[in-house]
Unconditional design. Structure first.
Length: 163
C-alpha cells in the first residue's frame, strides 16, 4: 500500500516545489532610494494620490511623504508605509557631539488631518563615563516637528492639486 501511495505523493508534491522556483529574471539590484525614502512597487506618490491623499499605501500619502521629507536629515532605520510608521536611527547634531536624537513618526489614518500624525522624539546625552543616557526632550520640539510635517503635507497636496 505504501509503495503505491509514494508516486501519488510525488506527483502532487513535485509541481508545488517547482512552482516556487519562479522563472522570472532576477532583480537587477537593490531598490533605488531617493534620499532616505524607500521607493517600493505599488506605492503612490502624493501627486498620484486622489484629493484625500489615499494613494496605494495604507495611510495618508501627503502625511507620509511630509514626514519622510521632514525627517530626512536623520538616517532612516525603518519605514512601513502600510502601517504608517517611520523610525529614524540616532542622529548627532554636528554642533553638539555629546547629544543625539532619534524620532518615530506615526501616520494614523487616511485623512489629511492634524490629529492623523504623532511624532515621538528621543534624546540621549553622553554621561561622564562615556555611556549614552536617556534625557528629557523639550515638549515644544515634538510640536514643532509635527507642525513642519503638516506644513510639508499641505505643500505636497497643493502641488498635487495644481498638476
Amino acid at each position: 500500500m505504501r509503495r503505491r501511495l509514494r508516486p501519488a505523493y510525488l506527483s502532487l508534491f513535485a509541481p508545488l516545489c517547482l512552482a516556487g522556483c519562479g522563472g522570472g529574471e532576477p532583480p537587477s539590484g537593490p531598490p533605488s532610494l531617493a534620499g532616505n525614502a524607500p521607493q517600493a512597487v505599488g506605492l503612490a506618490s502624493p501627486s498620484q494620490a486622489d484629493k484625500t491623499g489615499k494613494g496605494g499605501i495604507g495611510v495618508n500619502a501627503y502625511l507620509w511623504r511630509g514626514a519622510l521629507d521632514t525627517l530626512s536629515f536623520m538616517p532612516l532605520a525603518s519605514a512601513d508605509p502600510f502601517g504608517g510608521v517611520i523610525i529614524t536611527d540616532w542622529w548627532q547634531p554636528p554642533s553638539s557631539p555629546d547629544e543625539r536624537f532619534k524620532a518615530t513618526a506615526y501616520v494614523l489614518g487616511r485623512e489629511l488631518r492634524a490629529d492623523g500624525l504623532r511624532v515621538s522624539i528621543f534624546r540621549q546625552v553622553r554621561g561622564p563615563d562615556g555611556q549614552w543616557q536617556n534625557a528629557a526632550v523639550n515638549p515644544e520640539t515634538t510640536g514643532e516637528i509635527e507642525n513642519k510635517v503638516l506644513a510639508r503635507a499641505r505643500e505636497l497636496r497643493a502641488q498635487g492639486v495644481k498638476s
